[in-house]
Write a protein that binds this ligand. Structure first.
Ligand code: FA5
Length: 344
């Protein structure tokens, strides 16, 4: 029986050393030391031994039990150490450089809008706002567009089917920021000196300088002694401040139902000398419409045209940003291509 007990110790040590997990170790412990384990099975025969041998076998069995337990504890420690080493191996090397988070940035159109607003605010203009879904009345009628006047066709309009507003007037996506001229005068009264930045919408073909969704900045200055010379001076001063140098602009006659006389401001094309696709081979890019506010518009705003007069202008912010940043196609502003946006 002594040999059998020694054999059990040998077998147990071999098996314990092969255990790779704590669960395997527990199974092994049960198979040798458990109630039905091999050591207990052998010890069942102790009662048949002569009395003088029983004490010695009991002592040996206890010793073997202790040895097996010691081996189990040692192997358990080994398994735990290895598991910890495996975890530690996966840890990052803190001396390696980290991954830079992507930085957000202000959109180039917002950047230039902020600059424009700052310049005009310093010249004493306040900033007004108006609705993008506008009534037919403010977008056209109040601005002296007669019903069925062909000038309405110049604005390819997106009409909003339903609902009409409470006056039964048709609703549309505003085609320009000019409706806020009348809204502004009605709300703030005259004299008034304001700019109105905002999004406008036109159902028209896209090309290098035309978008269906465009930003405009409207300017309005109404007082008692305002002339077209003030318009030219202020617009020129604004461009000089923005570009930090004197900018050549062309002022030519134009037509808008809401100004009289009307002019247009063109910017000499920065992309070519003799004409290119961007300027449509004209060497100029149209930047703004402007003029002296028509007496009928003043009347729509309940202002007496015999007492007050002034100018208005409206320029494309997208076009201005193209010229400012040397961007040859307006579509880049809406594409949200991160490679483009990262340049600013
Ligand atoms: C107007 O929208 C007038 N409301 C401007 C105005 C205001 C005139 C006050 C008189 C007094 P026009 O359609 O020309 O006019 O547009 C003005 C400017 O907006 C253009 O010179 C151009 O810079 C820009 N613009 C017009 N249509 C587009 C478009 N589809 N895409 C990008 N920019 C455009």
């Amino acid at each position: 029986m002594q040999n059998q007990i020694q054999d059990i110790l040998k077998q147990a040590i071999e098996k314990i050393n092969k255990c790779n997990t704590e669960a395997e170790l527990l199974e092994t412990e049960k198979s040798f030391l458990g109630k039905k384990g091999s050591l207990n099975e052998i010890l069942k025969g102790v009662k048949d031994l002569p009395k003088e041998d029983r004490a010695e076998i009991g002592k040996l069995a206890n010793q073997v039990k202790q040895d097996i337990n010691t081996h189990i504890q040692n192997q358990k420690q080994n398994i735990q150490d290895k598991a910890l080493d495996a975890i530690l191996e996966q840890w990052h090397d803190v001396t390696l450089p980290g991954i830079k988070p992507q930085k957000g940035a202000v959109h180039p159109l917002s950047l230039i809008q902020e600059k424009v607003e700052e310049i005009f605010q310093k010249m004493g203009f306040m900033i007004l706002d108006g609705p993008e879904v506008e009534s037919d009345y403010f977008n056209f009628d109040a601005l002296n567009f007669k019903k069925d006047h062909p000038a309405r066709d110049m604005h390819d309009t997106y009409f909003v089917g339903e609902p009409q507003n409470k006056d039964g007037d048709k609703l549309l996506l505003r085609t320009h920021t000019s409706p806020v001229q009348v809204r502004g005068m009605l709300q703030h009264k005259v004299p008034i000196k304001a700019i109105i930045p905002g999004r406008c919408f036109r159902y028209e073909d896209q090309d290098a300088t035309h978008e269906h969704t465009l930003f405009q900045i409207e300017g309005l200055y109404i007082d008692k002694n305002i002339s077209i010379a003030n318009l030219k001076g202020i617009f020129q001063e604004f461009l000089t401040k923005l570009f930090e140098k004197k900018i050549e602009i062309q002022m030519r006659p134009g037509y808008f139902p809401f100004t009289e006389p009307s002019v247009e401001f063109d910017f000499s094309c920065p992309f070519c000398k003799d004409g290119c696709r961007v300027c449509k081979y004209t060497k100029f890019i149209e930047l703004a419409g402007a003029g002296m506010v028509h007496p009928n518009v003043l009347k729509s705003a309940k202002v007496d045209p015999n007492e007050y007069q002034g100018f208005a202008f409206g320029f494309g912010l997208d076009r201005l940003a193209m010229l400012y940043h040397n961007i040859q196609n307006i579509k880049h502003f809406r594409e949200n291509d991160i490679r483009f946006l990262k340049q600013f």
